[in-house]
Design a protein around this ligand. Sequence first.
Ligand code: NDP
Length: 285
Amino acid sequence: MAEIVSGKVVSAKVREKIKGDVASFYKKHGRAPGLAVIMVGNNPASAVYVRNKHKACLEVGITSYEITFDENISEEELLAKIRELNADSSVDGILVQLPLPKHISEERVIETISSVKDVDAFHPENVGKIMIGNYTFLPCTPAGVIELLEHYNVQVEGKKCVIIGRSNIVGKPMAHLLLERNGTVTVCHSRTRELREIAKEADILVVAIGRANFVTADMVKPGAVVIDVGINRLSDGKLAGDVDFSSVEPVASLITPVPGGVGPMTITMLLKNTLSAAKMHENNR
Ligand code: NDP
């Protein structure tokens, strides 16, 4: 039976440390770090994420500015708000909750956020910096996975790492972070042939595809570390990961549950990035 990773426990530990660092920051600079979260429309899943981010900020002492716009806001109005926040010295981090309505270009929105306030690390400048290993911010979900691996003493060096999913926000940066830690990395996607066989070679298997219970025991090498990034809402309202937990748990050595695995780490890394941004802004004043 695998050891079950507790994202809740690790995340509580990291948040405790962030809370202490935020208090020291406040003492030194007379202000709290600030995060602005913009939401457009009323997608219920986005609303839950935004609420959780707000709550997490308050818990560690980060000032959170929630900005909500009607679904019909024009792209120009949204970009104007972002430019205003770029210029506001009480705001260290800016996050625009995705997805956005069709008439607004996500690309233009991301590129308008100042790269030094881009705490999601989606701006092309930050993506480029990650590629060359000289980064300011790491994208929250892959960074959270790395933090979990470190906490559970999983050595990446020399290991066969297989990532299923190649999105810009999870799969691709995940591949880079594992490569940077000297893993031998394979990235799979919807056109991969023999996915099953490739997955089964992995010492560390990271799954981020958005298909409930896709990875079954026959795709997992005995003793593998299995990280499930997926969050899928089933028809009965329950959440499921991309990994079929009940069949894979007996095969793996370490496994993340859904919920309670990678999920809590994502917001924790957002808090960490906001604090880093605030320190950087104070150093550059
Ligand atoms: P995307 O939809 O952007 O990307 C999905 C990726 O999975 C694509 O690269 C796609 O391949 C690949 N894929 C889809 N179906 C298959 C298949 N049958 N076989 C192999 N590969 C496949 O998703 P995200 O990366 O944004 O999110 C992935 C999952 O992680 C979702 O469930 C999401 O909710 C969750 N998530 C969780 C977070 C957390 O905090 N825990 C944060 C972010 C996401 P192709 O490129 O060929 O289309």
